[in-house]
Design a protein around this ligand. Structure first.
Ligand code: GLN
Length: 259
C-alpha cells in the first residue's frame, strides 16, 4: 500500500515536472534576449473601431489585430493586445507600456511630435453621419451645429475647427451614433469604415456623400525607436507583397462596399 502511494506521488511529481519543463521552454528560448518581454510585442489599441478593432466575445479582432498578428509572426514574436481609450494609446507608447499602437490611427503632424509612424497601410476619410431626414447635406452645413465625435480623434479635430459648432466628445464612436439617434446631437464626424458599420447597425441614419479630406493610417512607435519601426516596415512590405494585407482587408471590408 505505502509503496503504491509513493509511486503515485512520484508519478504526479513527474507529471508536474514535465509540465513545468514545458512551461519554462519559452523562457529558455528567450534567453538570448535581454528580457523576457522582448519576445512579446505589446500593441495598444481601442477596440471600439470596427472593422479595424473590436470585440468578438472576449477576443479583439479586426484588420489591425490581424495585420499586427501577421507582423508579429514575421518577426517571430508573440503579440499581446492591450485595449484602452483612444487618447491613451500615444501615452502608452511614449511611456513604454506598449511597443506600438495600431488603431486606425491617422498620421498627423501633431502626433509626429510624440511618436514615429511606420509606412501607411490604409487610407480613410472622415465622413458625416446624420439622420435620414436631416437638412445637413455636407460639411458646410455643420456650422453652428452640435457634432458628436470620438475623443481625441481626427474627427474631433475637424469638428473643433467648424465655425460655431458645439463638439460633444464621446469615449466610443458608437456612443456618438447613439446620441445622434436620440436627437441629442445633429451629426457625427467619424472615419468612413466604422461609420458604415455603425450605420448598418442603426435604424434611420445615413452617411453623407461629401466627405472630408483623405487620411492615412499607420502604426505608431516610440520616438526614435528606429529598430522596431524598420522591422515593422520590412514586415509590412513583405505582407503587402504577398497579398496578405489585401486578404485581411477583404475579409473585413467587402469590395463593393469599399470607397
Ligand atoms: N483615424 C482617427 C484618428 O486617428 C480615428 C481612430 C480611432 O478612433 N481609432 O484619430
Amino acid at each position: 500500500m505505502k509503496m503504491k502511494k509513493l509511486v503515485s506521488v512520484l508519478l504526479i511529481a513527474a507529471c508536474v515536472c514535465s509540465f513545468a519543463a514545458c512551461g519554462s521552454k519559452e523562457a529558455t528560448e528567450s534567453e538570448g534576449s535581454t528580457s523576457e518581454e522582448k519576445d512579446t510585442l505589446v500593441m495598444a489599441t481601442n477596440a471600439e473601431f470596427p472593422p479595424y478593432e473590436y470585440y468578438e466575445g472576449d477576443d479583439i479582432v479586426g484588420i489591425d489585430a490581424e495585420i499586427a498578428q501577421a507582423i508579429a509572426e514575421e518577426l517571430g514574436m508573440e503579440l499581446k493586445i492591450e485595449d484602452m481609450a483612444f487618447d491613451s494609446i500615444i501615452p502608452a507608447i511614449t511611456s513604454g507600456k506598449a511597443d506600438f499602437g495600431a488603431a486606425g490611427m491617422t498620421v498627423t503632424e501633431d502626433r509626429k511630435e510624440n511618436v514615429d509612424f511606420t509606412d501607411t497601410y490604409a487610407t480613410a476619410t472622415q465622413v458625416i453621419i446624420v439622420k435620414e431626414d436631416s437638412e445637413i447635406a455636407g460639411p458646410d452645413d455643420l456650422e453652428g451645429k452640435k457634432i458628436g465625435v470620438q475623443l481625441g480623434t481626427t474627427g474631433d479635430i475637424y469638428a473643433s475647427d467648424i465655425k460655431d459648432a458645439e463638439v460633444e466628445q464621446y469615449n466610443k464612436g458608437f456612443e456618438a451614433v447613439q446620441a445622434l439617434t436620440q436627437g441629442k446631437i445633429d451629426a457625427v464626424v467619424i472615419d468612413g469604415e466604422p461609420a458604415k458599420e455603425f450605420v448598418s447597425q442603426t435604424e434611420g441614419l445615413k452617411i453623407l456623400d461629401e466627405a472630408f479630406t483623405e487620411e492615412e493610417y499607420a502604426i505608431a512607435v516610440a520616438k526614435g525607436n528606429d529598430e522596431l519601426r524598420e522591422q515593422i516596415n520590412a514586415a509590412l512590405a513583405t505582407l503587402k507583397e504577398s497579398g496578405k494585407i489585401d486578404e485581411i482587408v477583404a475579409k473585413y471590408i467587402s469590395a463593393d462596399d469599399a470607397e
